[in-house]
Write a protein that binds this ligand. Sequence first.
Ligand code: KG4
Ligand code: ZN
Length: 348
Amino acid sequence: MLVLGFESSCDETGVALYDTAKGLLAHALHSQVAMHAEFGGVVPELASRDHIQRALPLTELVLKNANKSLKDLDGIAYTQGPGLAGALLVGASIAQSLAFTLNVPSVGVHHLEGHLLAPLLEENPPQFPFVALLVSGGHSQLMRVDGIGEYELLGDTLDDAAGEAFDKTAKLLGLGYPGGPALAKLATLGKPRFTLPRPMLNSKDLDFSFSGLKTAVLTLINNNQPLGEIKDAQTQADVAYEFQESVTEILTAKCMAALRETGLDNLVVSGGVGANTRLREKLNQATKRKLCKVSYPRLEFCTDNGAMIAFAGAMRLKAMGLNATNFQKQDYAFSVKPRWDLAELTKP
Ligand code: KG4
Ligand code: ZN
């Protein structure tokens, strides 16, 4: 069964082709980072307009790279939410129009389900059940995953998400947008010199809180430089280092606590912050010590991409027993869900 997937929830247009028998056949991505950089963040209207321009050329590219044509498709998947309404509408309307024209089933995918399942695109994929750490720009959640659509929330952030904390701290340090990767890079040049708090490290639950950490960084900067701007490159790197140590220590400790509490020995990490090298180092060490397994998506599938949407959509269509041959009729009216709680998902 061959499924075309569209991701357009924020500032990346991703398109991919997933074959349930052969795996991922092709994927392509256009990042809008350069376009939004001059505004210091994502401009929703510009994002929507860019998705419109990119979606079809990327579709042609993946079909060509996989040596397939539109008539080979058995189904179409698109990100239905959560995300920017206008951006979501672009992917949804293109996906639905194509599905209507080709007379194949379509499925709206939850963006976070895409992230959660992304590690399953790799060789030796993790088996259900597992504990998932989902750390992106908008979410920091720990979940117990028993199967597709079977997600139990174990812990959540009380304020900022981990990626958001990276981005906001990067801004305080005068690094550009998007800040997370830039801060992580700078941290490799830093040394242990400052001490920042580890919020909620010893709380008895599996929740997170990162906004106090950002304030602590601001205080540290102000104490160091009354003008609120660090001019010395080494000091800047040392702050980045300590910030990254704090976030990765907290995330690692909570993952290990979640494994302990659930009695599971399988951890899966996904979302943009899952690309962080220091986080991976710490999780690798901690899971090895406890004889647990940890899986990650390849780096390019940690951040937003079409492959995870094609995959999650294919799993849902397959579980529903829908394909182009047995498919009868579908109502192609659609809506997007800019806000959509993962807990609302059910088994297909
Ligand atoms: O999953 P994602 O691409 O988009 C959302 O759905 O939010 O995650 C983007 C987030 C951003 O906050 C970005 O700064 C962060 O992931 N990020 C990183 C790294 N790469 C991306 N944070 C820390 N270290 C990285 N290497
Ligand atoms: Zn995402």
